[in-house]
Design a protein around this ligand. Sequence first.
Ligand code: F6P
Length: 541
Amino acid sequence: MSGDITRSQEWTALAKHHEEIADTHLRELFAEDPARAERMNVTADGLYLDYSKHRVTDETVRLLLRLAERAGLRERIEAMFTGEHINVSEDRAVLHTALRLPKSAELVVDGQDVVADVHAVLDKMSDFAGRVRSREWRGATGRPIETVVNIGIGGSDLGPAMAYEALKDYADAGVSARFVSNIDPADIEGNLRGLDPETTLFVISSKTFTTLETLTNARVARDWLVAALGEQAVEKHFVAVSTNAEKVAAFGIDTANMFGFWDWVGGRYSFDGAIGLSLMIAVGPERFREMLAGFHAVDRHFRTAPFEANMPVLMGLLGIWYTDFFGAQTRAVLPYSQRLHRFPAYLQQLTMESNGKSVRADGTPVHTDTGEIFWGEPGTNGQHAFYQLLHQGTRLVPADFIGFAEPYADPAGMHDILTANLLAQTSALAFGKTAEEIAAEGTPADVVPHKVMPGNRPTSTILAPKLTPYTLGQLVALYEHAVFVEGVVWGIDSFDQWGVELGKKTALDLAPTLTSEEPPADFPDASTAQLVKRYRELRGR
Ligand code: F6P
């Protein structure tokens, strides 16, 4: 809808409904309606979401779905998939869904045959990845590549790094990957340690090819390589992923070894395209394409399933329910898979860079909270660290539990215990334990209050058959679209990220001041001036 959603009848109806049910306990909801678990679940191409442990009734879901209709979600989904310029502040189409369209699909946007372009790059990546994996592509001294080092940051790092960790078990060609992102010298230094320049390939990943961290790290890597193998070795040890051929050439990378993408792919939505090159080299083009098929299956589900059976729609609307009606501040994402240990970090960029906005697409202020704050760690590690607060703290923290039926390998039969923990946690969070139950166990009266488990802590459980490339694609698409749903309801532009620019520019302005011998001049503020002074003293400048 154009206009402020918080002034709509649908919003008011939800606010009223919230007042009515906010204090209802999940114990009551389940007691009154034993069939809710059978009803409150949805399947998307084999992915299963149980949302019965949410503080919702059928009426809540109905009202949330009405809100989605009011926000024009159906039209916005079509607008995204068909390439309308829904990224209004940058006047761009938003077509990450095109990165996973099959070759047979048709999509022409702004006069460009998007499917042909996407597949030309995918084929080029597959060819290159195949040559590295088969040892046809060799380093300057004739030795095969053993390690790929992706140098990138934000969307040019988190996606491939998360996915590589997730799919490590599928890396079958003897090529491993490392990821360098931070401008902290410890990052590149630590990652180069132990590497042999003769068997190392650098993939410099940057959409703009202007990012300070990436270009600085790339220069350090280049110097490291050239010191060992000479200038002529660069050609065989450096490739680039970017939209900016000019800058790639200026850096000294042959654009024949550049893998492109387009301004309609946001950085945080890009690892299913060329930004995934390091992943593709490690796991192989076939696995990579399986992952794309998983993405595409959920894209289709999102575009075609009725909203009441639409997993990303329901997940996005639940996010709105807790953020805007319960005032929840954060959402925990708790994968019961060690392989997904970078998934929460990946999702942080996805949700917070996308929806951390205070104005709507038309530039007018929002009148409600936006932008969920995601955080998390894999279970069961989190259980022994921060779950205490989830169970007994004063804050409401809705949580997503993600589990898999089958492990990749389980020689000691541990996987069932892992899953039992997932199920136990969501049950304890929902139903807790009352003072009466605790007293009945013979607990001394003064200890009883400490042991009370209030319950009523909402969770989603996402259950997938197995963590495969296909499933990973499904999971990522699921969250991408849930974030989109929230953005549509809030009426914001989920695809720009102007908020990161000022800090970047100020850092560039400040850097010379830190190293200069000259007295500090123009500072942005007195506090920063004082800190610069202190830093220079500590550095003996
Ligand atoms: O600082 C934010 C950002 O622009 C992200 O959106 C992006 O993923 C990252 O920087 C890296 O940008 P690039 O790929 O252009 O180096």
